[in-house]
Every structure is written in structure tokens, then in C-alpha cells.
Design a protein around this ligand. Sequence first.
Ligand code: UD1
Length: 418
Amino acid sequence: MEKFAVQGGRPLHGSLRIHGSKNAALPILAATVLAEGQYSIQDVPHLTDISVMLQILNALGAKASHNNSVVTIDTSSLFSSHIPEDLMGQMRSSIFLMGPMLARFGEVTIYPPGGCAIGERKIDLHIHGLKALGAHFSSTENYIYCQADRLIGADIDLAFPSVGATENIMMAATLAQGTTTINNAAKEPEIVDLQNFLNRMGAKVQGAGTSKIIIEGVARLDAIHYQVIPDRIVAGTMLLAASVAGGSLTIENVIADHIKPLIEVTRQCGVEIDYARDIINVARKGPVHAVPLITTGPYPGFPTDMQAQLMTFLSLTRGSSIIRETIFDSRYRHVDALRKMGAKIEIMKNEAHIEGTASLRGAEVDATDLRAGAAMILAGLAAEGTTLVSQVHHIDRGYERIEEQLQSIGACIKRIQT
Ligand code: UD1
């Protein structure tokens, strides 16, 4: 079993290049089944979820490989529309194949998707959207079979701006007959990146980044070369790493606009941040203070994927803060571990009430999910003594070799075998 051993108390210095976005790359990889041919996708990080997606594509008959940060996929030889159960269960993003497979092959069999245990994660909005396009669903206890002779454009209202459902419907609608409108669509940057990818393939999608996306169906799409956007959650995590550990850090290959809510909060707390379009300088020189209330929300709100890491930071500020989680119903599994390290946090329904403390102390803690694991590493960077973080496979789902990245800017962190 692997663990991270983090020795706290070292300020961070230097510069760091952020890798490509996992959440942009996953739907893009799924979208490659929409056209036959050879793709090359650049800046795809080496992460467990990406590797599972490539294994699924290979199981369906594609020829996908990942060298350095480039994924090469040939989709000409796809022969199956049956997503293997064991791979499907390993990550939620396997659900992204539902829309593209239906559009290209008229059928797909899926199993309940896996993913981080951060609350109830339904797929009803995905199904609602695909049904509106004319897909039929039949299910047993174990699997769901979806079929559509022809997808037909439709007006679709989403009850909640789900990122995954918006992406699934967008992909399916590219090859549907007629026009599809998605109302109350999610506005995340990864959706804009998917629109750009699909349009480069020859699709006619507009409006991504707003709450109304319009897709005019086309008869065929072509395989392309593409580069995915930088990972805003990794960038935000590194910004907070410097904010908790102190020192000064330059973050490169980032789209500063994508992490504006985090920049605003940390600045308000007293962290010095200046930025241009694709570079951010962070400096933490003196004490930082609390913020009254941070509420997570759909983009451009504060991202739920930064909530745990922000909680580590707020635990070390002067004063009291409240975090209100509105996206997932069980996303406070990092709180017990932070408390074990000396943080003062009370949970009241969906709110975390945080009383800042001057220091944390090293402890043995679990990475209960991906972002919770990142929050534990940040806590370890600031704590007195050594922090041992176990269940690091969760962290490897979203951060490529996080220990090497942090070592390169002066952190004392090692991956150890136990
Ligand atoms: C994506 C991100 C994830 C992030 C989340 C919210 C990817 C690969 N993952 O996940 O990192 O935390 O957005 O920003 O991009 N919901 C339903 N029914 C559905 C779909 C969603 O009720 O059919 C609910 C979920 O249970 C959750 C909320 O909507 O409470 C948000 O989910 P959604 O936006 O779909 O997140 P994901 O696409 O799963």
C-alpha cells in the first residue's frame, strides 16, 4: 500500500506548470467515438480515470495509447457497444460514453457508474436528455440498455445545470437530425472546451459558457488533433498549497479567469495574488484572516471541487468562516481528518463552521476521496511534524504525480510503500 509522508513547515518557492484538465479530457475522449479515424489529443494527464477511459475505448475496439501527454486514438475499428462492467464501475465518467455511442451506433449497454463517494450521484438528468432526443431505455437490476434508431433534435430543460448531463446531451445531439436546445445548461469551462473540440470535428454547437446551448445536428464528423485546457482544480490546489505553506509561487499554464472565485477569496484573506491571462503569482507573507461565508455553486460560483482544499486553508486563518456546500450532499468526509490534525470545525447540515487556529499537527489520515486527499496533503504542508496520508489512489485519480510537482517547489513529500 502506498502513502504520502509530508513533512510540514517548509515554504514553497519557484514555478510550476499545470497539467491538462482531467474533466475536460474525459468527455473529449468519449466524444472520439462520434467519428471514425485517427485522433491526437494533447496535454492529457496520466491519471487513473484517463487510463480507465482508454481501457474502455480499447475494449470497444478502438486503438488508444497514451505517450508522454499525448493520447492517440484510432476509432475506425470499434466493434462493441457494450461497456465492460468492471471498467464502468471504476469511474463515473464512463457515463460520458452513453451519448456518443448512441449517436454513432444507435445503442449502448452501460452498468451503474462508479466514482468518488461524495454523496448521491444520480444519472436521471442524463437519461432525461437522451430520452428527449428519442432514445429508449430498458434496465435490469444490473445494467441499462439504451437504443435509438435515429436521434431527433429537441428542446431540453435541465432541472439542475449538471455538468455531465449537459456534456452527454451535447455530444449525442451533434449527430441528431435537426436542432437541439439545452436550457439551464451548465457553464463550466470544460463545457466550452468540449464545444470547441466538437466544432473542430465539424459539429455546429454554440452557446457553451452560457445557460443556453444550441446544437444543430450534422450528418458526419471527422477525427482531429486537439489540445485540452489546463486543469483549473489542480491550479487552484497549488495556489492554496502556497497559501497554506507560505512562500511565493508562479503558476504557469493556467487560465486565470477559470479560478477567479478562488483568487477573490484568497485575496480577501490576505494572500497576495497577481495574474495575467495564463500565469498567476501567489505570495503568502504574513498572517491571513477568515472570510465570513463561502457557498459552493455551479460555475461561475465557487467550485465544489475546491471546497475541501479551501477548508484546510480557512482552518489556518485568524477568525471564523463558514463553508456552505450546495452541490453534493456528503462532501465533508475530510473534516474528521482535519480535526484529528487540530482543526476546529463543526458540521451543521450542509455548513461547515470553521474556527481558525494558528497551527495544525501532523497525524495519520486517510484520503477519503480525490479532493479530500488533496486537502490532507495541504494540511500536511502546513502542519508541525509529519503527516501520513493513506489511500493515495484517490489522489492519483486527479493529480499527476502530485508529490513530484510539490517537491519541485520545495515541499518535503515522499510516496512511501507500507
Ligand atoms: C462534474 C465533475 C466533478 C464536479 C462536478 C460539479 C467531471 C468529470 N466531473 O461531475 O469533478 O465535482 O461536475 O462541479 O466533469 N445530478 C443529478 N442527476 C443527474 C446528474 C447530476 O441529480 O443526472 C446531481 C448530482 O447528484 C450532484 C449535482 O447534480 O448533486 C451536480 O452533478 P454534476 O454537475 O452532474 O456533476 P458531474 O458531471 O458528475
